[in-house]
Design a protein around this ligand. Structure first.
Ligand SMILES: Cc1cc2nc3c(=O)[nH]c(=O)nc-3n(C[C@H](O)[C@H](O)[C@H](O)COP(=O)(O)OP(=O)(O)OC[C@H]3O[C@@H](n4cnc5c(N)ncnc54)[C@H](O)[C@@H]3O)c2cc1C
Length: 474
């Protein structure tokens, strides 16, 4: 049986929590669903309750305050609830520890954040190779190191965050390998200057790494990883400013883990499932839902906040989350237009400032088409279904022109992750370089959005009692 509420918020990160608190403060019944055990999202991820001790004390104070405010509010929270379907109208289905659960709601706020992107290279699916964002989860929620000696590689601000996190947790960082150049970072000076606190934190991290003797290599990328006795051999190549490798192995590292990531992509599985309008914005994490200035999607009653609307970082997620919650309250008649206008003025300015820093960081993480174009033919692109670049190229030369056609040809994107990891790379390969992504499109959203044991949905079915249709005539 479905539970009834005014608003379901999917995602208990900073965007979702702020949207929920803002809407609930106007008297709406709000339920937050998140597959994580506690609120905080990726950036303020809470350690598991059972851990206690040091890791519990190390939890980010902003995240602790967020959880306290949520607990003190009227918002109903359901953690360890993985949303696997949202149908128009709205019905939201989740898988909870004790089985399936569903809600009907007048409005849905999608605040599902972002997900990791890795530009594939030979060996990226080997044990010991871990996503940069995935490494932050290991460090924050499990207090676990990826290895004793880790090479950190890829793009964007997570490089420094992960490298420092490893040092703090007692690990060794063999080096930080950045696809960008110091000039690429310097180009973002205006945005960096606008957020002195965050810039100072980044500078502090860099200083700490340098003091620990960690070498920085700019304009380099991972060319391949091989398993060797005693660990992994990571081969690095120099790249030009477009991300194209110069083909020479520039350096080798022997490590036991490689943390590697090429930015994030917006989590659009719910908005794609509901067939809301999307557009491609390489600088904000690829395909993003098309929203009006007040966070409404093209589907009435469906709103999107935070990184799920396009990468902009945690501070922007807070401001945009509040604004989205207020829009929902006004649209559902819980707030007058005058009260709404009064509430949003300064918030909008705060959101703009936060977004400018976040989008500068997103630019550093943006996919570089020449980097993708250089993926070798034998490299696996879809790791769920083991589909290689050569198979994608073959489908393309046989006539597949869109992401969905490549999916039908090769099974690429049909595995348990539903194309969340490979989707952007497949699109880049099909678009071949700087060409627009619109003709290539994106994988159509499909349920279940999360892997689901079907027996939980079917319940105790007696197969002999099922009425079978008569066989089709031959
Ligand atoms: C893996 C990862 C690690 C990151 N680590 C950092 C970091 O260390 N520092 C940093 O500054 N930024 C980090 N980021 C970026 C950071 O997440 C964002 O800038 C910021 O947290 C955005 O806030 P948000 O509320 O939009 O989304 P998030 O904080 O990502 O919150 C989204 C929430 O939605 C939930 N969710 C998603 N899909 C479903 C579903 N189907 N069912 C139920 N729940 C769902 C998730 O569990 C999550 O709690 C990371 C991003 C990722 C993907």
């Amino acid at each position: 049986m479905s539970r009834e509420t005014d608003v379901v918020v999917v995602g208990g990160g900073p965007a979702g929590v702020e949207a929920a608190l803002a809407a609930a403060a106007q008297g709406l019944r709000v339920t937050v669903l998140d597959e994580a055990p506690q609120a905080g999202g990726q950036v303020y991820r809470a350690p598991p309750h059972a851990f206690g001790g040091t890791i519990q004390r190390d939890a980010d104070p902003i995240g602790v305050a967020l959880r306290q405010r949520l607990a003190a509010s009227s918002v109903v929270t359901c953690f360890e609830h993985a949303v696997w379907s949202v149908s128009p109208g709205f019905r939201v289905d989740a898988l909870a520890p004790d089985g399936p659960a569903s809600w009907t709601a007048r409005a849905v706020v999608v605040a599902t954040g972002a997900q990791e992107r890795v530009v594939p290279f030979p060996g990226w699916t080997r044990p010991g190779v871990i996503g940069l964002a995935g490494t932050t989860i290991m460090l924050k929620s499990q207090g676990m190191l990826p290895g004793e000696r880790t090479l950190v590689a890829g793009q964007g601000p997570l490089l420094l965050a992960v490298a420092v996190g490893i040092l703090k947790a007692g690990g060794q960082v063999a080096g930080v390998v950045d696809l960008a150049s110091p000039a690429d970072w310097a180009r973002e000076w205006r945005a960096l200057a606008s957020r002195p606190r965050l810039t100072a934190r980044g500078a502090g991290w860099r200083a700490r790494l340098l003091r620990a003797g960690v070498p920085f290599l700019y304009r380099h990328a991972v060319q391949a990883v091989e398993e060797v006795p005693g660990g992994l051999r990571v081969l690095l190549t120099r790249v030009d400013r477009h991300g194209a490798p110069t083909k020479k192995v520039a350096r080798e590292y022997l490590v036991d883990a490689l943390a590697v990531g090429n930015g994030l992509t917006a989590s659009t599985d719910i908005t794609r499932l509901l067939r809301a309008a999307h557009h491609y914005d390489a600088l904000r994490g690829g395909w993003v839902p098309t929203l009006d200035a007040e966070f409404r999607s093209s589907l009435p009653g469906l709103y999107v906040a935070g990184d799920a609307a396009g990468l902009a970082g945690a501070d922007a997620a807070v401001a945009d989350g509040i604004l989205t919650g207020l829009t929902v309250a006004r649209d559902l008649g819980a707030m007058t237009d005058t009260a709404y206008r009064g509430a949003i003025g300064s918030l909008r300015r705060r959101a703009r400032r936060a977004r400018s820093f976040g989008t500068a960081m997103a630019r550093l993480m943006a996919i570089r088409p020449a980097h993708v174009a250089a993926i070798p033919a034998e490299t696996i692109v879809c790791r769920c279904e083991d589909v290689t670049r050569a198979e994608i190229d073959a489908a393309r030369s046989e006539g597949a022109q869109t992401a969905n056609q490549v999916k039908a040809w090769t099974r690429c994107g049909m595995g348990p992750c539903q194309g969340r990891i490979c989707g952007d790379i497949v699109g880049a390969l099909l678009a071949a370089g700087e060409a627009p992504r619109e003709p290539v499109g994106y994988f159509t959203g499909r349920t279940p959005l999360r892997p689901l044991p079907l027996n939980l949905l079917a319940g105790d079915v007696e197969y002999t009692s099922l009425k079978l249709p008569p066989p089709a005539p031959l």
